[in-house]
Design a protein around this ligand. Sequence first.
Ligand code: SF4
Length: 320
Amino acid sequence: MRPTGRLHIGHLFGALHNWLKLQKEHESYFFVADWHALTTDYANTANIKENSLQMVMDWLAAGIDPQKSVLFIQSHVPEHAELHVLLSMITPLSWLERVPTYKEQQEALSNRDLSTYGFLGYPLLQSADILIYKTNFVPVGGDQLPHIEFTREVTRRFNFMYREVFPVPEPQLTQAPKLPGTDGRKMSKSYDNCIYLSDSPETISAKVRTMFTDPARLRRHDPGHPDICPAFSWHKLFTAQAVYEDIHTRCMSAGIGCTDCKKILIDNMIKALAPIYEKRIAWENKRQEVEDILRQGSISAKCIAQATLGEVRDAMGLIV
Ligand code: SF4
């Protein structure tokens, strides 16, 4: 995950819940992709360090367990970079140029100069991140599928040219629910419309009380349209199905008002998020321990990464 700083409930439902499942079932590696942050934010790196720590505190508070999974910082395992260089020797430039996110992101971030070597090559750095652990499954959202397909092509090419070193990785698609923010737009830090995992119960309550609802429901006795109401989308994540189905019916017949509906939502959100918030505060006070976990994780990651690189160097005819 790129070090975006504090995580919001979109990350919780879109990624972390899946990670929690994975860490129960598989040997898992979760890392802060700080080099990837540099591919777009190289001109302003002031927040990368703090964002990395804040994000890892959220992982830990949500239940990612360093006793079960390996947590580390990408740049602490420079073997990723060596594999990136070695793979770059066999990767046709045209494969990188046709990765859809290359053009899309250049257009979306037109205020930055992304015509750099690092930005063009970042999908291959991702391939190195994946292959260095001989990864079988990569948990990704749908937007990342072209990158996994690209990695699979690079893997087949390497295995064919030299010898079979890498398993061809499979995407493990994460069904990320589309989550609106407090203003009804996509939940995003840049819109300032998020509920963060580090928000206190009071903050959650204040944000929900003032959040958007059905814009057509101006008075209490107006029937509402829950399917276009952002508060109702959140009910689907935090409220038991029987209860939110009842709210749906009562909203449409004006049988429940937005204030009461939001009260139920606030209670359920606080019940679900307060334990994460409390653990988060505890981790905030143990920053040194968080850094130690990451350092320890990089040692474990390095062990595997070095063994893989030994095989890669040998397969490519280099002196090991
Ligand atoms: S009653 Fe609930 S679901 Fe209906 S419009 Fe108000 S907040 Fe939204």
